[in-house]
Design a protein. Sequence first.
Length: 254
Amino acid sequence: MVAPAFTWEHIEAMRPQIRATVNRLLDEMIERGCSQPVDLVDTFALPIPSQIMYSILGVPVEDVELLNHTNAVRTNGSSTAAAAADANDELLQYLGRLVDKRVERAEDDLISKLVGEQLKPGIIDRLDAVQMSFLLLVAGNATLANMIALGVVTLLEHPGQLEDLKRDPSLAKPFVDELCRYHTSSALATRRVAKQDITLRGQIIKAGEGIIASNQSANRDGDVFPDPDKFDLHRTRGAGEGLGIGVLPRGAKY
């Protein structure tokens, strides 16, 4: 239902907007940093995914700061359970009002598309539209914000590779590929059932037994990525390895 908003073609069409957002936030961060230290997460890593996702959903610009604050309370480990629950409810209520507004008047945004193509024809109900919008809003922030911050830290920990990247910007893609492999910001635990008896790393798994496979461990599989605990943006990748995310150990059949 929402996949068309995240196709390669659609994101490429958004590139000028994304680039303008990044450049503006960089300029603001540099200006602030001339007189005082700045918080990379608050001033750069978090606003990028937030503002772009809010734009896709159709959140009015004047509400962005409020939603950022509310979402921060919801996810901040130092918030009380009651405060986090209240922030969660506040976000749901806000998105509910936004869905209602789009029912009355459609805009050129993803929530309007959900309302027009799915809610009004009765394919989904109002709660579905609100929950889907909520998931996109909150899930679209954390992973990218974390990876931006981790990317900066990782480059500072590997100054030689930082200099390589500065000299050759074409290394940006392999850098991101390696960063995704090395840190794996989405800790998915994939559940599967064996279709036949297999032996995996000396452990017998019988047909019909369930297992939980961690995608993080796949990204540190030494059979696929030599010296897997080393960060190396120059890493040579074989056919089909891609980001490494979701690679299964060799010999496993599910």
